[in-house]
Design a protein around this ligand. Structure first.
Ligand code: SAH
Ligand code: SF4
Ligand code: F3S
Length: 489
C-alpha cells in the first residue's frame, strides 16, 4: 500500500554506519533501516521470507496501535500471516478486566510448545497489561520463552527494540511509567483500506474508581489539531472514506493544548475535509458532553448517527462512589437532548453490574435508566476487581451469585429492548458502507449503517469500501437482511 511507503525517502536517507539520531521519529527510521538488513540476513539463512502475526485484545485504541506495530513490521520486511506460529508473534494486551489477562496467559502457554519446534521465533508482549509491575514479574518468572516486553508509551520504538532483541539472548523489557511525548509519522498498515481509526488523544485523567486505564495509559495528551487534520487528509488521499476519532474521553480533547480548541470545534474542522464521507468517535464521557457538540452533530452531514454514552450504573449514589461526576438525572437529560436534536440517533452504552456495595435498589436504578433510554445496544460487564484501583480495596464486594442473577436480568432486558429498537427500522432505506464479504455466505456482503447497525445483502467483492443504499427487508435481532438499491456516492 502507498501509505506504508510514505516515509521511504526518510528511511533510505539514514546512514546506519553512524550512531542513531536522538530525535524521534528519525531515530526509528534509522532502526527500521537497520532491522531491514537483519531481516534480510535471516531470510538468506532460512531461504524463505520471515512472517509476523499480531494478536490484539481490548479496545479500538489497541486495534489502532496494532496497525502501527504492523506498519513497522511490514516495513522492516516481515510478511503478515494469520497464524500464531509466525517468526514473530506479538500480543497487544488489555487489562481492563481480569478475564482479559487470563486469555493472554492462555495463549502464552500454548506458544511454549510452538516455540520449541521453531527455534529463532520471537514472542513479543505489549499493551496495557505490560504497564502492571506484577504482570511483568509473572512473565519473567513463569513465561521465560517471551523475548520482548514493552508498554503503551513506547510502542513507536518497536524497530529499535527488535534490533536489540536480534542481538541479545535474554528477555528485553522496556516499560515506561508515563510519557509526555507523542511520536508521529511512522508507517501504519490499516486493516481496512476504506476506513481507519485516528488517535486524537492518549491517556485518561478521570480515575473512575474501578478502572485501570489511567494507570496503564498515563495522563491525557491531545494531539495538535493540525497533525490530526493532516493525518486524515493523507488517509483520504489513500482511499479512506470513514474515520473514527479515538480517545478514552474525546469530549475533553484540547483541554491540555495551548491553542484553545474543543472537541466540537475539532469535529467541525474534520467535517470540512473533502472526500471524507463519514466521521465516528469513541468514547464520550457524559460529564463533558456539551451542547456545542450536540449542535455540531445535528448540523453535520458526515458525523454518524451513533452515540456511545457509557452509563456504568444508574444509581446516583454509586456514580458518586465511582467518581463519574454525573448523576442519574443529568445522564437522562443528556440522552433526551441527543434524541431530541437527532431523532434517529442510536444510543449505546457500557454498564457494570456488581460494583462493590451495589444494592438491589442501586441495580433497580440501572434497570430504570435502561427502560428510559432504550439503548440500541449495550455492553454489559460483571465488575472485575483491578488491583491498584480504589474500588479493589472496598470490603463490600457483592457475592457472585447475586451479581450473576442481576447480570442475567439486565442482559435479557437489554437484548429485548435492542431487538424492539431494531425492528422499528424494517422497511427503511439506509446508506451503508460495505465492509466485506459475509463470513458465512459468499453470495452476501456485509455493511454498516450510519447508526452502526450491520446489514447483510446480496452483492460481490467489488462493493467493498463503497457507500450504497440498502432497503432493510428483515430484522434478525441485532442485524438486518437487506436489498441493495444503488450507489450512494
Ligand atoms: N473510556 C471509556 C471506557 C474504557 S473501558 C469510558 O469511560 O467510557 C470500557 C468499559 O469497560 C467501561 O466503560 C466499563 O464499563 C468497563 N470496565 C472498566 N473497568 C471495569 C472493571 N473493573 N470491571 C468491569 N468493567 C469495567
Ligand atoms: Fe476508565 Fe473512566 Fe477513564 Fe473511561 S473515563 S478510561 S472508565 S477512568
Ligand atoms: Fe483494554 Fe487498554 Fe483499551 S486496558 S480497554 S486495551 S486502553
Amino acid at each position: 500500500m502507498e501509505y506504508l511507503k510514505m516515509y521511504e525517502n526518510e528511511i533510505e536517507a539514514m546512514d546506519i554506519t553512524m550512531s542513531p539520531p536522538a530525535n524521534e521519529p528519525e531515530r526509528q527510521y534509522y532502526f527500521i533501516k537497520k532491522a531491514r538488513g537483519l531481516v534480510k540476513e535471516k531470510e538468506r539463512e532460512l531461504k524463505r521470507p520471515l512472517t509476523c502475526h499480531i494478536t490484539t485484545f481490548g479496545c479500538q485504541m489497541n486495534a489502532r496501535d496494532s496497525e502501527k506495530l504492523l506498519g513497522v513490521l511490514e516495513n522492516i520486511g516481515y510478511k503478515n500471516v494469520d497464524d500464531e506460529t509466525a517468526d514473530i508473534v506479538i500480543f497487544n494486551t488489555c487489562t481492563v478486566r481480569e478475564n482479559a489477562n487470563q486469555r493472554v496467559y492462555g495463549h502464552l502457554g500454548q506458544l511454549k510448545s510452538v516455540k520449541k519446534k521453531h527455534p529463532g521465533m520471537l514472542i513479543g508482549l505489549c499493551g496495557c497489561m505490560m504497564q502492571e509491575e506484577d504482570v511483568v514479574s509473572t512473565i519473567q518468572s513463569k513465561y521465560k520463552h517471551v523475548d520482548i516486553v514493552f508498554g503503551t508509551h513506547n510502542l513507536y520504538k518497536l524497530a529499535e527494540i527488535l534490533c536489540d532483541a536480534y542481538l541479545s539472548n535474554s528477555m528485553i523489557i522496556d516499560i515506561w511509567k508515563d510519557t509526555d511525548k507523542i511520536v508521529e509519522d511512522l508507517p501504519v498498515e490499516r486493516k481496512y483500506s476504506f476506513k481507519s481509526g485516528v488517535n486524537i488523544m492518549f491517556g485518561c485523567n478521570n480515575f473512575c474508581s474501578y478502572c485501570i486505564v489511567p494507570y496503564v495509559r498515563g495522563r491525557e495528551r491531545s494531539r495538535e489539531p493540525k497533525a490530526i487534520i493532516r493525518e486524515i487528509e493523507r488517509l483520504v488521499a489513500d482511499g479512506v472514506i470513514e474515520i473514527m476519532l479515538l480517545g478514552q474521553n474525546v469530549n475533553s480533547y484540547g483541554k491540555d493544548l495551548e491553542d484553545n480548541i474543543s472537541f466540537a470545534e475539532l469535529l467541525a474542522e474534520v467535517e470540512k475535509i473533502k472526500g471524507l464521507k463519514r466521521i465516528r468517535f469513541m468514547t464520550s464521557h457524559p460529564k463533558d458532553l456539551s451542547d456545542e457538540l450536540i449542535e455540531v452533530m445535528k448540523n453535520s452531514k458526515k458525523i454518524c448517527k451513533h452515540f456511545h454514552l457509557p452509563l456504568q450504573t444508574g444509581s446516583t449514589r454509586l456514580l458518586k462512589e465511582m467518581n463519574r461526576r454525573y448523576d442519574k438525572e443529568r445522564y437522562l437529560e443528556l440522552a433526551k437532548k441527543l434524541k431530541e436534536a437527532i431523532p434517529d440517533i442510536a444510543i449505546t452504552t457500557d454498564i457494570i453490574v456488581g460494583y462493590p456495595g451495589e444494592t438491589e435498589e442501586d441495580f433497580e436504578e440501572t434497570m430504570d435508566v435502561v427502560e428510559m433510554v432504550r439503548y440500541d445496544s449495550a455492553f454489559t460487564f460483571v465488575y472485575s476487581k483491578r488491583t491498584g484501583t480504589p474500588a479493589a480495596s472496598n470490603p463490600n464486594q457483592v457475592p457472585e451469585d447475586v451479581v450473576k442473577e442481576r447480570f442475567d436480568k439486565l442482559l435479557k432486558r437489554v437484548q429485548t429492548i435492542s431487538r424492539e429498537q431494531a425492528l422499528k427500522k424494517v422497511g427503511a432505506v439506509e446508506e451503508v458502507l460495505v465492509e466485506g464479504m459475509n463470513e458465512q455466505d459468499d453470495s452476501l456482503v456485509s455493511g454498516r449503517m450510519s447508526n452502526n447497525s450491520i446489514v447483510h445483502f446480496p452483492g460481490d467483492a467489488d462493493l467493498c469500501g463503497k457507500l450504497v443504499t440498502v432497503k432493510l427487508v428483515e430484522c434478525k435481532g441485532f442485524y438486518y437482511m437487506g436489498e441493495m438499491l444503488g450507489s450512494a456516492e
